[in-house]
Design a protein around this ligand. Structure first.
Ligand SMILES: NC(=O)c1ccc[n+]([C@@H]2O[C@H](COP(=O)([O-])OP(=O)(O)OC[C@H]3O[C@@H](n4cnc5c(N)ncnc54)[C@H](O)[C@@H]3O)[C@@H](O)[C@H]2O)c1
Ligand SMILES: N[C@@H](CCSC[C@H]1O[C@@H](n2cnc3c(=O)[nH]cnc32)[C@H](O)[C@@H]1O)C(=O)O
Length: 408
């Protein structure tokens, strides 16, 4: 079956996870635990799910985006002992939350989120379950923002580890993963060339930086839009042009949002759009590009090709939105998500953080950083799998770095 073959392919290219799986399954570190998950259900995620199951957990999973599930993978997972998958591609909002509720109904000891839907739904709809929940993990930037907002208002009632914020996650996943997978999803879905194009990237955070660098590497001219003066300056110093969206959109051949914010491309911008522009979002949810505004100003819309809607304006200009403005690297028809090697790191951090929650049940109900030992363990394992050796500090060097009395 295709789903099983896809999972095997991912497993065969995730050496860091393989080592963690063998450690966790030998010691059965999650024996008897129920883990509830809402992640993108695709082959790399399946490897994480299998790892938790092999460590002794009963796992219930659903999607974290209505379009990102690969149905054959979901089915292949659901066929396995100790795993139930409720995920389906192309679900309505109602079906999406029904599947989230199915996971919650299993009374998870630990929750694993990408975007926070399990945590928020449990706090809002099922608070009686909180007393038995050991903790959770959160995979992405916007999920962590939402959790910190809850935490600041003292509304977060169980501990959650911010997987996103640890260096081994965001320096690789957000930068390189988003950079590569966003562009490959766009080119595979549209068959349009990047080289020689004028690209506009909204947001120069971790994801935006990755997307901009890879576009630049492929020969596009890249303009950045930002709202944060520090990030805007970083973009300028990295060699990119920085402009307001109002101006940048007038020349954009390809425009990609990566902000985690809403209404980044709105009516006033779309009215000025360059004829033929391709728009995609690789940030969060489907609110970065105002789709309603696009529909409002269009005199005609067409299904231009699978996953691409064409919007025609009354003066004859047209523009295209890929994957309904949802996370393009996973929601586009050809969106395979981040490269396997990148998710090997992110999910290694996930697996070890989940284990950490179970082994440390005294964690306070707040947002926690990934313990440094976990971050370093994953870095070391990855280097080992690449046969890369690094120098060790000598005793004298350690002493020198720790002292304050050796000046000029
Ligand atoms: N596509 C993926 O697979 C993927 C991977 C990781 C993260 N994400 C998501 O991508 C988003 C960005 O993540 P990040 O880690 O880069 O966050 P980040 O905070 O590092 O970067 C976001 C940037 O957007 C800027 N910004 C905010 N509003 C803006 C606006 N209106 N116009 C222009 N710039 C604006 C911010 O100033 C910031 O620099 C989040 O929603 C995150 O959850 C997606
Ligand atoms: N659930 C939201 C949140 C954005 S997902 C962004 C996260 O997806 C994760 N991600 C990216 N590619 C993959 C993949 O191929 N498999 C599983 N997760 C992925 C990545 O770690 C990142 O933090 C939404 O769909 O809009």
């Amino acid at each position: 079956m295709d789903g099983e073959r896809k999972i095997k392919w991912a497993r065969d290219h995730m050496p860091v996870m393989e080592e963690i799986r063998s450690e966790m399954s030998e010691k059965k570190t999650l024996k008897g635990q129920t883990v509830g998950m809402a992640l993108h259900v695709e082959p790399k995620t399946a490897v994480l799910v299998e790892t938790l199951r092999d460590a002794g957990a009963e796992v219930y999973i659903t999607g974290c985006n209505p379009l990102s599930t690969q149905d054959d993978v979901s089915k292949a997972l659901d066929n396995q002992k100790g795993i139930t998958s409720y995920a389906k591609k192309g679900v309505t909002r109602k079906e999406y939350y029904k599947a989230i509720d199915n996971v919650i109904d299993k009374k998870p000891d630990i929750t694993v989120d990408d975007g926070g839907d399990l945590v928020f739904r449990i706090h809002r709809e099922r608070p009686e379950l909180i007393k038995d929940i050991q903790g959770g993990t959160e995979e992405t930037t916007t999920g962590v923002h939402r959790l910190r907002a809850m935490d600041n208002e003292k509304q977060l009632k169980y501990p959650v580890i911010a997987v996103n914020d640890t260096p081994m996650k965001r320096h690789f996943d957000n930068i390189h993963g988003t950079g590569e997978s966003t562009i490959s999803a766009i080119t595979a879905t549209t068959n349009i060339q990047i080289s020689g194009k004028q690209a506009v990237v909204a947001g120069y955070g971790y994801c935006g930086r990755g997307v901009a660098q890879k576009l630049d590497g492929l020969g596009a001219r890249v303009t950045i839009t930002e709202t944060d003066p520090n990030k805007a300056l970083e973009a300028v110093m990295d060699g990119f042009e920085v402009e307001k969206m109002n101006k940048a959109i007038q020349k954009a051949d390809i425009l990609i949002t990566t902000t985690g914010n809403r209404d980044v491309v709105r009516k006033e911008h779309l009215e000025k759009i360059n004829d033929g522009a391709l728009l995609a979002n690789s940030g969060h949810f489907n609110v970065e590009i105002d789709i309603e505004a696009a529909e409002e100003i269009a005199v005609e819309t067409n299904n231009a090709r699978e996953g691409v809607i064409e919007y025609k304006l009354k003066d004859g200009r047209k523009f295209y939105i890929i994957a309904e403005g949802r996370l393009v690297n996973l929601a586009a028809p050809q969106g395979l998500g981040h490269p396997i090697e990148v998710m090997d790191l992110s999910f290694a951090i996930q697996a070890l953080s989940i284990q950490h929650i179970h082994e440390n049940q005294n964690l306070k109900p707040k947002v926690h950083n990934v313990p440094t030992e976990i971050d370093r363990k994953v870095a070391k394992n990855k280097l080992k799998t690449m046969n890369i050796e690094i120098d060790q500090l000598t005793d004298k060097q350690k002493q020198y770095l720790e002292s304050w009395d050796t000046g000029t």
